[in-house]
Write a new protein. Sequence first.
Length: 95
Amino acid sequence: MAESDEEVEEGPAVPLGEGDPVQGAPLSRLAARLTWPMEKSAIIERLGEEEIRTADGPISLGDVLGSVDDTYFGSRQHFTDAVRAQLPDGPVSTE
């Protein structure tokens, strides 16, 4: 027999931890705010101060893009690949 809506407990489907929130935004979230193609200078102007989550902690997108040689990104994939190549590899610490 199916449970009625009143019998189902409200709450998250996955228990959430009690630690501090992870600092910075996922790169994919920042990339979703932009339209493609786009010049690097325009990205820095719009989102340069935003912080990206990395394995070593948050870092500003502008700082990362300063290390990228490309000045023009024809697609979202090209942008994310270029930025990820500059980021430390590994999981983001949640502690």
